[in-house]
Design a protein around this ligand. Sequence first.
Ligand code: CP3
Length: 344
Amino acid sequence: MATLQNDLFMRAAFAEKTERPPVWMMRQAGRFMPQYWEIKNKYSFLEMCKTPEIAADVTMLPVDLLDIDAAILFSDILVTAEAMGGDLSFTQGVGPVFANPVRSRADAEALRTDVIGKLQYVADAIKVVKERLDARIPLIGFAGAPFTVLSYLIEGKSSRDFKLTKLLLNNEPELAHLILGKIADVTVDYLNMQIAAGVDALQLFDSWALALSWDDYREFSHHYNKLIFSKLNRKDIPIISFCKGSSVFAPMMAEAKPDVISVDWNADLKNIKTALPQGMAVQGNLDPFVLYAEKSVIKNKIESLFERMRGEEGFIFNLGHGIMPDIPFDHVKHAIEVVKEFRY
Ligand code: CP3
């Protein structure tokens, strides 16, 4: 690991002492920024992801405008599924759509796993970003967790209830495992490619694991996440495990041995941290809706979280989930300033 000018994030991720909590925010490179729209109005979302210079421009927006402590690569969790054969598009107001959802054994068998070459643009983008960051702050790479990616491949789009996905898990678990195993294989190659390209940390997004029961989470999500973590070339590279539902699943997530668990806002963060194995860090867990509120409220909520976490080693400040597109930019900036002024 090259020496970083600001290594607060890395130290906190490895549960070392920091002067204040480091801050970054999920979806920090996105639509709440006017500067994002200047780029977005010229290209489609997938064009932005697939053109390394543009992906780097967007990755750098929050670095330059918000002065955060870690950058996250601009991309999407669904690029792995696209490379495997999904016909993916992003439509304004609809979100991601797969025109060829996986609905049969033949569809599942047709999914390819020798796809790392198709994802080379991500490695290229990482190299451009690393040059531009010039060792100021770390770069976080990421991928979608197999269960969450599976849900998009099966449903064909975002879903409220995951009805088709759960039908598959219940009626045809063996077919579900075939697809999950393929996604996991691709994800291992993909994340190791990101490490080789130069990311400093990785986050696995299992956004919709919250939909699962405890037993189903173990069988269809945890099992694969654990397998992935065990196969990463992770020396010096902290791994963050995120899901909505982490306030319930944290004890099982810890069994997969990530370095950091990213916690949603339903739980008391200190209680979660205390219950985790010694040396495992936490990330979170402000309710992103707080960022709509008045600035004094934003400050109070952040400071009371920090008072609660005082004395804990291994705490990265983040939201419990991503920034919504209509949150005012200056509220996000204010939140980051509040964090940066704080001292333990
Ligand atoms: O965090 C960052 O700023 C880095 C970039 C990033 C994006 N997507 C950019 C994006 C990351 C880390 C993601 C991950 C992602 N993508 C997740 C996991 C995180 C989460 O929010 O739970 C999921 C579930 C997706 C799938 C996805 N991509 C959805 C559901 C949507 C549409 C709905 C929505 O929230 O916008 C996208 C599109 C997307 N991904 C946009 C961005 C900036 C919006 C594209 C646009 O400009 O229209």
